[in-house]
Ligand binder design. Structure first.
Ligand code: IVH
Length: 695
């Protein structure tokens, strides 16, 4: 701006810049959604993830500069960040029914017969009615509502009549179009076509097996989800949509309600859904008669293991919606559809022995060693028995014949002892008195089901498990450090903690069994490469009790370095959102242990990131180092937005007032926190003053 303010030309420049930004935002939006569809729905990406991220960053920056140009359906909203305090309830326009299930092909045939009879009245001679056979995706049902072509609400099934509005979480899913139609296809992405219309799409949200495994790998054993469906259900309920975005889920559409398209067959609607930009799996097939249905079921029984996600059966639906109305529904499920479920796969085998495995925190877990047996495409020779409560519940003994099952779960489990087959040689499984690895007498805390080895520092099994955890995929991701190698390193005294890995020499590695010069060099290279892993991964890799990947991320965000974290009291730690007193105490205890000091010193020497990378560019430093507590109701900001504003200015939010609090922002109706702040002489401001401080 010049010395003499010229209102006409300056606003002219601004308006120009704004128009330019509007055009660029629209271009980026179309491009990003086009690539999103190519990647998630068609699995045919045309650009790299990096190029995509760069484009997205550009869009986010422009929208930040011109917030009024940020549209409801902007791809920038897919990255999450919205925090929901609770999910509002929404009523479904039509109840979300469930399906009647069967495990029997005979009953499927009966169903076809029933439908045929019901439809062929005296005067009408129906040929074989047409059914659409679809896969039964093993996830969580979802209803998406579009008005004027834009996604307005995404709701869970709930009790069938009303569910939870979880729209911010669902926006993060790549296969959910935020706007109907396919971006970038000529003339196809205008909302015009959908103006004034309300369209509902129903389908299933699920997680691929791979993403499920990745998610579980970052969780502590006691927090792991049993199967992808549970993981999906848990994720949908998260209140932090950025975490939802990280967990990557898929939406597959299988139902369209559109008052203007009532003439279409179900199969035609599925094709239309694809043109609207949805993923349908592309696996549905129109079948006429029981024979064709049986064929479809048989085909997928074998092929389902090749899918990257779980299905638990096949759904059969009458293709002609107008005929569906003739059949109607019971209060629970329609009479025009049925689900055939594949039986959970089971196998019988012998339990040869029980081994006791010692985990990185000393927990002793009984593991069944089985006579190898084929089950659902893999050979199974081991299965966890969890703990002694489980052994008693199953009343299982060594040399018993047992039935193992693999259903939605990825890991097979012993579900019962095969009846009437216990032999003379059956032996009761006794709990061990001493640690199978180091011989230390085991302990059993009164309020826990498990046994544990108290020799944390010296027990080779625990050392080995800690090193493997450190090297694992979600921690330092050092692929060449397998079990056999770590075992040798620990046994030969070459590594007593993860820090020792970085002191290994080529000669030491090459001297180990099954290690040649070349593989020794590979290990050294992998270790060297791992030094640039992010701080939060290092923090997770330390293996602090109760600190899974998500918690490590929280901690890394709140405490920019291990040095700071180490000096923080349990009370202050517990002030961080999502860190409870148990986790806080556990973090504090970890840093009080002597072996932790030694470990951290080695990691520091090796050049690992023990502090966060340069913080994201701050808006300004007005809150630098300040711990801010909000109390009462703010009128202009949600609590989360206010916290984000503080973070973007170098401060952080705390939940409780303590001596370390730098500032208290008091909204309407502030109570005890305000009093405490007064008593401690902490600076207190109202919302207006807070707003002034931001600028
Ligand atoms: S149609 C009235 N189609 O299975 C029909 N459901 O047991 C409503 N499911 O709640 C559902 N794949 O969560 C339908 N291709 C598919 C499905 C499917 C999975 C789930 C859905 C539903 C449950 C019923």
């Amino acid at each position: 701006m010049g010395v003499f303010f010229n209102p006409i030309s300056d606003t002219g420049i601004l308006a120009n810049r704004r128009n330019e930004a509007a055009r660029e935002i629209e271009r980026l939006r179309v491009e990003l959604e086009r690539h999103n569809h190519l990647y998630h729905v068609l699995a045919k990406p045309e650009i790299s993830d990096y190029e995509f991220d760069m484009m997205l960053e550009k869009l986010i920056a422009l929208e930040k500069e011109f917030p009024e140009l940020a549209a409801e359906d902007s791809p920038s909203r897919r990255v999450g960040g919205e925090i929901s305090r609770s999910f509002p309830t929404v009523r479904h326009a039509e109840p979300m029914l469930s399906l009647s299930n069967t495990y029997s092909l005979g009953e499927v045939e009966e169903f076809c017969g029933r439908v045929k009879r019901a439809l062929s009245g005296e005067e009408r001679k129906e040929p074989e009615p047409e059914f659409v056979a679809e896969l039964k995706f093993d996830g969580v049902a979802l209803s998406l509502l579009y008005r004027d072509g834009l996604l307005v609400t995404a709701a869970t099934r709930g009790d069938g009549r009303q569910g939870d509005d979880i729209t911010p979480n669902i926006r993060t899913i790549g296969t959910v179009p935020l706007r109907l139609g396919i971006a970038g296809r000529s003339g196809n992405w205008s909302i015009g076509e959908y103006r004034g219309r309300e369209i509902e799409v129903r389908g299933e949200v699920f997680m691929t097996r791979e993403d499920f495994a990745g998610l579980n790998a970052g969780r502590l054993p006691e927090e792991r989800f049993a199967n992808p469906r549970n993981a999906t259900a848990g994720t949908l309920k998260l209140q932090d949509s950025a975490e939802v975005a990280r967990r990557k889920m898929v939406f597959v559409a299988y139902h369209l309600r559109d008052a203007d398209r009532q003439d279409l067959l179900h199969s035609e609607r599925l094709h239309l859904l694809e043109r609207m930009g949805f993923y349908t799996g592309g696996t549905f097939r129109v079948c006429r008669g029981a024979e064709e249905i049986r064929e479809f079921i048989g085909e997928w029984e074998g092929k389902r293991r090749e899918l990257p996600y779980e299905i638990d059966g096949v759904v059969l639906k009458l293709n002609d919606p107008s005929l569906r109305d003739e059949l109607g529904a019971t209060s629970k499920s329609p009479r025009w559809a049925i689900a055939y479920k594949y039986p959970a796969e089971q196998a019988e085998t012998a339990l040869r022995n029980v081994r006791f495995q010692v985990g990185r925190l000393g927990t002793v877990t009984p593991v069944a060693e089985l006579e190898p047996v084929r089950l659902a495409g893999t050979t199974v020779s081991r299965s966890t028995l969890h703990n002694f409560d489980e052994i008693h519940r199953l009343d299982v003994r060594i040399n018993d014949r047992v039935v193992i099952e693999k259903s939605g779960e990825i890991i097979p489990k012993v579900i019962r002892v095969a009846t009437g087959k216990r032999g003379e040689d059956a032996r009761v499984i006794d709990p061990p008195a001493t640690c199978p690895s180091c011989g230390t007498p085991l302990r059993k805390p009164e309020d826990e089901v498990g046994l544990y080895c108290p020799n944390a520092a010296g027990c080779p099994a625990q050392v080995k498990a800690r090193i493997l955890h450190f090297a694992s995929r979600n921690a330092m991701d050092i692929k060449s450090l397998g079990e056999a190698l770590v075992e040798q390193l620990v046994e030969k005294g070459l590594a007593a903690d993860p820090g020792d890995l970085y002191r290994l020499t080529k000669a030491q590695l090459a001297g180990l069994e099954r290690m040649a010069e070349k593989s020794a060099q590979n290990v050294l290279d992998a270790l060297h490469g791992s030094r640039s892993q992010e701080y939060e991964r290092v923090l997770f890799g330390l293996g602090i009790r109760h600190v899974g990947l998500a918690t490590a991320r929280e901690l890394a965000r709140a405490f920019p370095s291990i040095a700071v974290l180490r000096e923080t009291s349990p009370e202050e730690l517990a002030e961080v959102p999502d860190i409870g007193p148990v986790v806080a105490q556990s973090v504090h205890d970890f840093f009080r242990e002597r072996r932790s000091d030694a470990l951290l010193e080695k990691l520091r020497d090796a050049g690992l990131s023990l502090s966060a990378a340069e913080p994201k560019t701050l808006v300004n430093r007005n809150f630098e180092g300040l711990s801010v507590v909000f109390t009462g109701t703010l009128e202009r900001y949600s609590r989360q937005d206010a916290a984000a504003l503080v973070e973007a200015r170098g401060g952080r939010e705390a939940k409780t007032v303590s001596r370390n609090t730098g500032l208290v922002v008091a909204g309407k109706g502030a109570g005890s926190k305000l009093e405490k702040a007064r008593a401690l002489g902490i600076r207190i401001v109202d919302e207006e003053a807070f707003e002034a401080m931001l600028a």
